[in-house]
Design a protein around this ligand. Structure first.
Ligand code: NI
Length: 129
């Protein structure tokens, strides 16, 4: 018996179809101590960092840029990138972009920054309950 509350299997396109709001991640799976999240993004999130956690971005559709202080990492469709812990960053997408995120269950997606776009972990779990 598993206590895993997530679907045993699911279609990624269908998981994205359930997402209606930009920058509002939806948790779709848990792997050990990490959540797998899907999100649609457009515009910019907010400058923030995660002091103790790396954060993986996988661009499924569209084009994402991760702004760092003094440089930008360009992530076209199919790209994967890990934001190192403790590093200030700001995700930006000119047009709608679909991303998969993998990050520890306790990671706050805007770090310690409270923004109008900040969603609690409970809000990010809403689709799985
Ligand atoms: Ni982040």
């Amino acid at each position: 018996m598993s206590s895993n509350p997530f679907a045993e299997s699911f279609n990624l396109e269908a998981a994205f179809a359930d997402v209606s709001e930009y920058w509002s991640p939806n948790v779709v799976a848990q792997v050990n101590d990490q959540y797998v999240k899907v999100a649609k993004v457009r515009g910019q999130l907010v400058w923030h960092n995660h002091a103790h956690e790396d954060e993986l971005f996988f661009v499924v559709r569209g084009h994402l840029k991760i702004e760092y202080e003094g440089r930008v990492v360009d992530l076209p469709t199919g790209s994967m990138h890990v934001v190192p812990r403790g590093t200030p960053h700001n995700p930006v997408a000119t047009d709608e972009c679909w991303i998969v995120l993998i990050e520890p269950v306790q990671t706050k997606h805007t770090g310690d920054v409270e923004s109008p776009l900040t969603r609690t972990i409970d809000e990010q779990l809403r689709g799985s309950r």
